[in-house]
Design a protein around this ligand. Sequence first.
Ligand code: NAD
Length: 436
Amino acid sequence: MKNIAIIGTGYVGLVTGVCLSEIGHHVTCVDIDQAKIETLQQGISPIYEPGLEELTKDNVQRGRLHFTTSYHQAFAEAEVIFIAVGTPQNPDGSANLTYVQQVSEQIGRHLTRRDTVIVTKSTVPVGTNRKVRDWIISQAPVDTRIHTVSNPEFLREGSAVQDTFQGDRIVIGTDSPFASILMEEVYSPFGLPIFSTDIESAELIKYASNAFLATKISFINEIANLCEKLGANVEDVAAGMGMDTRIGSQFLRAGIGYGGSCFPKDTKALVQLAGDVQHNFDLLESVIRVNHEQQRKLFTKAMEVLGSLQGKRIAMLGLAFKPNTDDMREAASLILIEELQKAGADIIAYDPIAMKKAQAILGDTIEYSQSVTECIQNADAAMIVTEWEDIKNTPLSTYVEQMKTPVILDGRNCYTIEEAAGYPVSYYSIGRPSST
Ligand code: NAD
């Protein structure tokens, strides 16, 4: 078993660290966020991710998992160092590598071994792993040898632990035979397929995968928009398409677009990356444009249905960018709230898990409620933004009983058209006939 250091205890770093300790490695996670580290040292997870807190506690107790703010402590014994810090977007859409550069320089300053394997898990543009190497070497003692590995991460928030144990593949990009053997040893207990390639291809696999998935989403959303105009039902269209194994049935759910910490920034970063080598990625630019419109779709529908939104009470059901996470980054709810407020609406929101994180962003500009029922009381319209179980399972009769006017704008197609037709509600969904 290996001594491993992980830099960054966000969604990727923490899940990776915890899961590597679960398969027996000795893992130290380091972060500059002192509050996060103190929380973790008490066995509490600072993020919501199913199964994560239990595994964290368990491995801390077994003495295989440690948390620290000290690079010195984290790197002292490390044979492998994973970089899992954020790579947010710059104003021009490109990836911001400030944190990656900072931690690379810190690695250089603290290296004590002759050979160290440096693994970049953060999503970074092609060419970054070579820069990581240079940044480390610029600070490292002369006789150290750095072996860089691009090992992009494919976990999904909301099922990150399960994805780590049951992922489709592990991608390893390196030109170092030493690193290649060591990475096999690190990952083989997971028993997952390992795809080995060169560094540049590994870096691009991550962007290409996310861009492809985003394309699938924008494609089905455009089909949904057509369905609304042509009288077809996007769910049947998607089901019929998905039966073709060349197409596949996954990622064909029409909705209010993609959000979160990855697809929006990674698609923009790939457009920038293409631009850097004088390539116009027109297809991906369209995908981004379609998503921009789709995230505002419920607002446009509300305007059509209610006319003026001035003084109207809008219940927002779900705030997180998707169910089973508390992540609010690039969530459609934030875009909708901004548009609704500009139009003069009052908003009351409910989310079973993300309310605390939402409150940190939105403060008291909106009202918060503790349940679906409380949220929709006396509302002029309800917007279903995130398909959490308790939102999906709310009987339509509750809307009829609680709302001032039972107008439901369902951005996640939680109810069937037939169900909705059985209640005195005005029901609008995505890519399907409305019932009023
Ligand atoms: P995050 O923002 O949740 O976490 C990043 C962590 O890095 C934070 O805790 C921050 O305090 C820490 N950090 C920043 N600078 C540091 C420093 N100098 N030293 C130590 N720690 C430092 O980010 P995330 O969502 O985990 O994403 C990390 C990377 O993984 C990004 O490049 C992202 O694109 C990629 N990724 C994310 C996901 C996802 O679903 N979130 C999936 C695949 C890939």
